[in-house]
Design a protein around this ligand. Structure first.
Ligand code: ZN
Length: 321
């Protein structure tokens, strides 16, 4: 699959902006002068990144060109708007002020985390708006609904909502080891877990079974849901599961188109520099930090895991051979 999750950096999973709160209810309104404006061009966002990796977006008062604003969301009291332009000259004043087109991957490791989360989530919505100017059924220009984030066709009445694709991340465990792999032909070179998109007519549990079978040829059992993650880079909602190998045959049959290699690894063999912005990285880190003994209950936030050490049970360790 193409979630491509993972890169350098020791930070929290990308949607974890605690103690701040993300409010995504749509409001049909215009930006105040101090609203943050998210402007995108392909995979790049107009922003300022200082030496410490702190990200800054232009405020409405700084946008002198002709931009079309769409309300996106707010984080606590900070409001974010999408700024769209027809001609590049509209953003020239911002470039003169020192804002630059930066790759959206900066958001994985940048600071502060709430602003970076806004940057990726705004990218996902901005990309959806960009691809939904016209009605796919009749070709008329779509209009924004006033009550919710929905585009409606004034001619045929067709309604369009942001698209979210469910996918799974799977940590397969066998006798104190976890299955990790390397993708083939991908810029991302670090360890990954089994991953794949849900397909039509399939439950998310069936996706887990199918993806593990397709990628490494193994049956699994005892699925345990860990947590989910919005992965805006690919319009995805990732759902993380741990499960166990079913039976005693742990021989991997590799899907050579997807994977370069895959193997069983001890907690101590998991690199410490896994990307904590991604769910994949967090799941691998969890297995390492719990020394292969996953807790009975998964708390909502990774950091809370410390408090739960006493309820560790070694659920996946009982199966000795
Ligand atoms: Zn239409």
């Amino acid at each position: 699959m193409k979630t491509d999750a993972g890169t350098e950096g020791e930070c929290s999973v990308i949607q974890d902006i605690y103690p701040k709160t993300y409010h995504n209810e749509y409001e049909h309104k215009k930006p105040d002068e101090d609203a943050a404006i998210l402007i995108y061009q392909g995979q790049r966002c107009l922003m300022h990144v200082d030496r410490d990796g702190e990200v800054l977006f232009p405020e409405k008062r700084e946008c002198q060109g002709k931009l079309y604003y769409t309300y996106l969301f707010r984080i606590d009291d900070e409001e974010y708007y999408l700024g769209r332009y027809l001609s590049e000259k509209e953003v020239e004043p911002l470039l003169k002020k020192g804002f630059k087109w930066e790759d959206i991957r900066e958001f994985r490791t940048g600071e502060p985390r709430d602003r970076c989360f806004a940057g990726v989530t705004g990218f996902q919505l901005g990309d959806w708006y960009r691809r939904h100017i016209y009605c796919g059924s009749c070709g008329a220009v779509l209009e924004h609904d006033e009550n919710e984030r929905m585009l409606r066709c004034p001619e045929c009445g067709e309604m369009y909502y942001p698209q979210i694709c469910p996918a799974v991340i799977v940590g397969v465990i066998n006798n104190g080891r976890i299955l990790m792999s390397h993708y083939r032909g991908r810029s991302f070179k670090k360890f990954a877990l089994i991953a794949g998109f849900n397909e039509s007519g399939e439950s998310i549990e069936q996706t887990v079974h199918r993806e593990v079978m397709e990628e490494v040829g193994l049956p699994v059992t005892g699925l345990r849901y860990y947590k989910s993650q919005p992965w805006a880079f690919s319009d995805t909602l990732l759902m993380g599961f741990f499960c166990e190998l079913e039976g005693y045959n742990d021989k991997i049959t590799l899907d050579q188109e997807e994977l370069l290699e895959a193997g069983w690894y001890l907690p101590s063999e998991i690199p410490e520099d896994t990307d904590r912005a991604s769910l994949t990285g967090e799941m691998m880190s969890l297995f390492r930090e719990c020394d292969g003994e996953l807790p009975i209950e998964f708390p909502e936030r990774f950091e809370q895991m410390e408090d739960n050490r006493h309820i560790r049970t070694g659920l996946f360790r009982k199966k000795r051979r």
